[in-house]
Design a protein around this ligand. Structure first.
Ligand code: NDP
Length: 302
């Protein structure tokens, strides 16, 4: 919360994704403990990393650490960049058939010689905790019960927590990628929002944005969305994570929204860092817990 106190010009409520994610992880840990006590079941998440990409290594370490902190089992499989597609498929098949593994995440991007869509769709749909399998994409599109991709799911959780009922609101999602933009738009549609999906060919993007009560930015362009593109009082979810150089030769993270100007107009906004980012791994744990319950015919505890 950051109301206008006279010294700052910011009027928007800051949606604290870090605190929200910590709270969600706490709830997940409590449910994991309940599963252990009542069903002798420990949810297990397998993460597969192919190659030595430094950013991927950081993500995988962080996922493993938070999985264990939530009381779940973490299985890390680190393979060399030269791993053949056949060997990777064999590992995924083993994990698909391992009853102790309830979630499988293949860290993307994969090396060039590997067919990424084929690998994504080789993960058993009911263990696809990333929600990228065609079966889960179809379920989200048709309103069936499936697995929802983590970043859009975390964004929706924060929106609902802040706004309550979303029905009837005008929403714009800027970006139409398979991992963020499209699933985000489908989730907002499921909540009965009137949804516009904008992309690089959209005409008068500022004008389209100004119409929206909810603006989700998933573009990958630093600070592209300015304060005067935002409808006064709108809720802004900034998914973008961009590293930019600073004048002193260092660097810092910024979102796709120009935070300072946007915070003067929006009703609420997620910061970068500390907004959507922390929710992504928390939702990965959420999806793993959910699938451990579904795979064992256990009602997901409240
Ligand atoms: P992609 O590059 O896959 O997609 C970007 C989208 O933005 C495309 O649909 C593209 O349109 C659109 N776009 C690009 N330029 C413009 C423009 N000038 N005007 C309007 N639309 C434009 O990115 P991702 O969806 O994977 O990621 C988006 C951002 O979110 C990135 O900064 C990424 O780092 C971040 N991210 C953050 C996560 C988190 O945990 N917080 C997780 C995943 C991503 P078109 O389709 O026409 O090319």
């Amino acid at each position: 919360m950051n109301e206008n106190d006279g010294s700052k010009r910011s009027v928007a409520t800051i949606i604290d994704g870090k605190a929200f994610a910590a709270n969600l992880r706490g709830e997940i840990a409590r449910k994991v403990e309940w599963l252990k006590q009542n069903h002798s079941l420990i949810p297990g998440l397998a993460v597969v990393l192919v190659g030595e990409d430094p950013a991927s290594q950081v993500y995988v370490r962080s996922k493993g650490k938070q999985t264990v902190e939530a009381g779940m089992n973490s299985y890390e499989h680190k393979l060399s960049a030269e791993t053949s597609q056949a060997d990777l498929l064999k590992l995924i098949d083993d994990l698909n058939n391992d009853p102790d593994v309830h979630g499988i995440l293949v860290q993307l991007p994969l090396p060039k010689h590997i067919d990424e869509p084929m690998i994504i769709n080789s993960v058993a749909a009911e263990k696809d905790v990333d929600g990228f399998h065609l079966s889960n994409v179809g379920k989200l599109a048709t309103g069936a019960e499936g697995i929802v991709p983590c970043t859009p799911l975390g964004s929706l959780m924060m929106l609902k927590d802040h706004l309550g009922e979303l029905s009837g609101k005008k929403a714009i999602v800027v970006g139409r990628s398979n991992i963020v933009g499209k699933p985000m738009a489908l989730l907002l549609l499921r909540e009965s929002c009137t949804v516009t999906i904008a992309h690089s060919r959209t005409q008068d993007l500022p004008g389209e944005c100004r119409e929206a009560d909810i603006l989700v930015a998933a573009v990958g362009r630093p600070e592209m969305i300015k304060g005067d593109w935002i409808k006064p009082g709108a809720t802004v979810i900034d998914v973008g994570i961009n590293r930019i150089e600073t004048e002193d030769g260092g660097n810092r993270l910024v979102g796709d929204v120009e935070f300072e100007s946007a915070a003067e107009v929006a009703g609420a906004i997620t910061p970068v860092p500390g907004g959507v980012g922390p929710m992504t791994i928390a939702c990965l744990l959420h999806n793993t817990l959910q699938q451990a319950c579904r795979l064992n015919d256990i009602a997901i505890p409240d």
